[in-house]
Design a protein around this ligand. Structure first.
Ligand SMILES: [Zn+2]
Length: 275
């Protein structure tokens, strides 16, 4: 059905152009469909032989209003899910359509979204690993935003935030970890535990382990190489990495340092202005 954006004003005009047909029924002057119908077999109801019916214009308007109501409800839902997903509003714009095309692995992120139903069913996550500034977080953010549009609950956070939350006196730890497990997709950005204490590592393990047992997918981004994760000698870290490696398919993200490009571009624009 094509939406023509009819308004009530159009309806009023429609009514002006109504006319009676030879059958004695009222007709719409625009679509020429009857706006009334006879009761079957010459029956009457409350002394009337005819009842109102919708002509094509009214049906179209009705469908348009219904579709608009559904769209508004969807938009409201997505905006609510987005607020719950991200702690930083800048991430709202991390979308495939805003991508600069320099990241070769973006297709992996798109494919992950396209096969979401299967990935969710198979509890299949991803591990975007590679150097600093290669766009790993952006890729994960694009996946989040695209799934949010499909009304999938996603939570994107990082361990600094998680540890802050777990160490806050106001937090019910179990409830907080459960909330991370409730999201259909959990994304933990910038996994790196170089400065973590034994206590911090224990907390990190508890979160990863709970997520693993929830049988729901997890995506992580990290500057650690796959070799570093596999060859870790510290036992506390090793058991975290082992869990992650069992849940997340490794995807190496290499190449152009986006942050350096952005810096160079800023510098170029700045010097051009000076000249
Ligand atoms: Zn009509």
């Amino acid at each position: 059905m094509m939406l023509t954006g009819k308004t009530n004003k159009d309806c009023i005009n429609t009514e002006k152009e109504e006319y009676f047909g030879e059958d004695g029924l009222l007709y719409c002057g625009i679509c020429h469909e009857p706006k009334e119908a006879f009761y079957p077999a010459g029956k009457e109801l409350f002394g009337k032989r005819k009842h109102p019916r919708m002509c094509a214009c009214h049906r179209e308007e009705y469908e348009w209003l219904e579709k608009r109501a559904r769209q508004m409800e969807h938009d409201r839902m997505v905006s609510l899910l987005r607020e719950r997903c991200f702690s930083d509003k800048n991430m709202y714009n991390w979308r495939f359509e805003n991508d600069n095309g320099l990241n070769q692995k973006m297709s992996v992120a798109k494919e992950y979204v396209n096969s979401w139903e299967e990935n969710e069913k198979e509890n299949r996550g991803l591990n975007f690993w590679g150097g600093v500034g290669t766009g790993k977080s952006y890729m994960a953010g694009c996946i989040a935003n695209e799934l949010l549009e499909k009304e999938v609950t996603v939570r994107m956070t990082n361990f600094a935030e998680i540890l802050n939350e777990l160490n806050s006196h106001d937090t019910d730890r179990n409830e907080y970890i459960q909330s991370l497990c409730r999201a259909r997709l959990l994304i933990i950005d910038d996994l790196g535990m170089e400065r973590s204490t034994d206590y911090g590592l224990e907390q990190v393990y508890n979160v990863i382990d709970a997520r693993c047992r929830s049988n729901k997918p997890l995506i992580i981004t990290t500057n650690l190489s796959l070799q570093e994760m596999k060859n870790e000698s510290n036992i506390a870290r090793k058991r975290i990495y082992d869990r992650l490696l069992s849940m997340c398919i490794p995807v190496q993200v290499q190449g152009t340092n986006m942050r350096q490009i952005e810096q160079k571009e800023k510098f170029r624009k700045f010097t051009e202005k000076k000249v």
